[in-house]
Design a protein around this ligand. Structure first.
Ligand code: PLP
Length: 396
């Protein structure tokens, strides 16, 4: 008999694909040397944080000996920082936000959990488009909800609003989108977002309760060739943007993120009170002190995007040359090509034979594809060309 909760025993027995690849990669690296393994399995930003991050740390260090420098604070973060963040996000999102419209969280993951805890009753449902970031299902289950995936449109991975309309029921409390998207790199257009907002307005009316629209957007900063990443906040009163500094500042270990509410939301004060409470009672208590000081200094800075752009180009060349079928990512740092032969798990194993690590689409609720994260030096991409070509050629 397990000492753990049944759900946790189940999760452990069914390790995620990313975890399995991580372990397989460890074995290959021990056997062949890390430089002979081409690891595209993890979305862990490898670029150094911009200089403003170290400056923020140094500034804070000068005050670290003062009383309460590391003290408890309001559960939504330092009020002065919320004000600063609101001004920054007002420009970014194209709406007028105040300190009362933004809450600081422990990363986007902490923000998503605080939000779901605040709005979901047990048995209620969150819908997202597949492929999807696999943690969403766990986050919803944390709060007694159920996660439902609706397949994106075939090949383009645009949101399939017809399928979403059919999937929404009276149990649906939240629809979550992620743009720029992990794992496909797709960016949802303004037209698609307006149509989505219209659909949710209608469905909310039909069921007599608002359905929330959550935009999970930690990759907002990474849009290539000047692509626009439209904000949902002006489009729908029950819209919430959740994000973090994990990717744009290469800061995922420091856990700073935020939840921003649509200024059109009639019950803004009520939601913010709920979020402030859930940020506390989930055990986050408040966002990290050091991370907030870093962020105060680094707001508006970001890692060198030209490096990601060059890698995207290199990866496209390598994949094209080897004969893969893929869509160029418009944003984020992933490719999601079709698995040659159709069986994504078999093909990822084929790549492993060539010491190339990828994650099967099955791990994102979308079999038949595989994900490549380009958080690696361009030389790793170029050096993997041979392995990509051999694995492709091995499948008829
Ligand atoms: N959402 C998506 C789509 C992600 O890819 C990630 C991290 O990889 C997160 C949320 C969580 O990010 P954070 O580090 O801000 O919690």
């Amino acid at each position: 008999m397990s000492i753990l909760a049944d759900s946790v025993t189940g999760y452990l027995g069914n390790a995620s694909w990313i975890r399995r690849m991580f372990e397989a990669g460890g074995q290959l690296k021990a056997r062949f040397g890390a430089e002979n393994v081409y690891d595209f399995s993890l979305g862990n930003p490898d670029l150094p944080a911009p200089p403003a991050v170290a400056e923020g740390l140094r500034d804070f260090a000068e005050h670290a000996g003062e009383p309460f420098a590391f003290g408890y604070m309001p559960n939504g973060g330092f009020p002065w920082l919320r004000e600063k963040l609101a001004a920054h996000l007002s420009t970014e999102q194209g709406v007028k936000l105040t300190a009362d419209d933004v809450l600081l969280s422990c990363g986007a993951a902490g923000g998503l959990n605080a939000f779901l805890r605040a709005v979901l009753n047990p048995g209620e449902e969150m819908i997202s488009f597949a492929p999807y970031f696999v943690e969403y299902g766990f986050y919803v289950a944390n709060h007694g909800g159920t996660f439902k995936a609706v397949m994106s449109r075939k090949d383009t991975f645009a949101p399939d609003l017809k399928a979403l309309e059919e999937a929404i029921s009276k149990k649906t409390r939240v629809v979550l989108i992620n743009s720029p998207h992990n794992p496909t790199g797709v960016i949802y257009s303004r037209k698609e977002l307006i149509a989505l907002a219209d659909l949710l307005e209608n469905k909310s009316q039909e069921y007599g309760r608002p359905i929330w629209l959550v935009a999970d957007e930690p990759y907002r900063f990474l849009a290539y060739d000047g692509a626009e990443v439209p904000s949902v906040l002006p489009l729908y009163p029950y819209a919430v943007a959740i994000s973090s500094f994990s990717k744009n500042l290469s800061l995922p270990g420091e856990r700073v993120g935020y939840v921003a509410l649509s200024p059109r939301l009639p019950e803004k004060a009520e939601l913010m009170a709920g979020l402030t409470l859930t940020n506390r009672i989930l055990g986050f208590v408040n966002p990290p002190v050091i991370g907030q000081h870093i962020m105060a200094k680094a707001l508006g800075s970001q890692v060198d995007l030209s490096v990601y752009a060059a890698r995207r180009k290199a990866m496209a060349e390598v994949l094209r040359e080897a004969g893969y079928d893929f869509q160029m990512p418009a944003g984020a740092f992933y490719f999601f090509p079709k698995a040659p032969g159709g069986d994504d798990v078999a093909f990822v194993n084929q790549l492993l034979e060539e010491r190339v690590l990828a994650v099967p689409g099955s791990g994102f609720g979308c079999p038949g594809y595989f994900r490549l994260a380009f958080c690696v030096d361009e030389s790793v991409i170029r050096n993997a060309a041979d392995g990509f070509a051999k694995a492709r050629a091995a499948v008829k």
